[in-house]
Ligand binder design. Structure first.
Ligand code: DX5
Ligand code: ZN
Length: 220
């Protein structure tokens, strides 16, 4: 099953509730919610208050991508604000195993995020605590960047690890995903696709989603 997760980062921030409804009507499976702190990444976005504000507008799970350091203090706030999935970067946590457990204890799915230069070895001892692996195909911090091709073999390697584990772990890809590369991303083994500019950057979100779905169908 292929899930598409439009990233709010490219939405109109003055109309977030309407924007969320718009992409869900267009078939979004998740709402990807990028949290940046001007410390772990050189940009500043939104926090739990905004997550809580969009929650009543979202009939699909909210997929929170934390680009913040430290991680643990803010996790319960996002759980209370309605997050279904909370993902974080291993470099931003002092105790990765503890953070993964904290997220699950708060009733959310736990995700680990890999920057382009971050090795998958961080997964070695925590596969049983991970519900989602997020491979970054850009360096985190901004929407609208170009897809880094070396993400493809990395996605394939993550797929091999997931299959070997026998666990139900989602494999998400984030950054520069468009209609012209989403099939290759799917072929490499991803099942969940973040798309910021490719969806919210387009006026007609239905057409943008249909274009991505069409390209995905071609991958099979
Ligand atoms: C980048 C964010 C992405 C971003 C993707 O740090 O994590 O989720 O919104 O935007 P596009 O799809 O435009 O690359
Ligand atoms: Zn993201």
């Amino acid at each position: 099953m292929a899930r598409i997760a439009p990233s709010l980062l490219s939405a109109d921030f003055a109309r977030l509730g309407d924007e969320v409804r718009d992409v869900i009507a267009a078939g979004a499976d998740l709402i990807h919610f990028d949290v940046m702190d001007n410390h772990y990444v050189p940009n500043l976005t939104v926090g739990p208050l905004v997550c809580e504000a969009i929650k009543p507008h979202s009939s699909v799970p909210i997929d929170v991508h934390l680009m913040v350091k430290p991680v643990d203090r803010i996790v319960p706030d996002f759980a209370k604000a309605g997050a279904s999935i909370i993902s974080f970067h291993p470099e931003a946590s002092e105790h990765i195993d503890r953070t993964l457990s904290l997220i699950r204890d708060q009733g959310c799915k736990a995700g680990l995020v890999f920057n382009p230069a971050t090795p998958l070895a961080w997964l070695d001892h925590v596969m049983d605590k991970v519900d989602l692996i997020l491979i970054m195909s850009v360096n985190p911090g901004f929407g609208g960047q170009s897809f880094i091709a070396s993400a493809l073999p990395k996605i394939a390697e993550a797929r091999r690890r997931i299959d070997a584990s026998g666990r139900d772990i989602w494999l998400e890809v984030d950054g520069g995903v468009k209609a012209d590369n989403i099939a290759a991303v799917a072929k490499a083994g991803a099942d969940t696709f973040v798309a910021g500019s490719a969806v919210f950057g387009e006026k007609d979100r239905k057409a943008a989603m249909a274009k991505l779905r069409g390209a995905l169908a071609g991958a099979r």
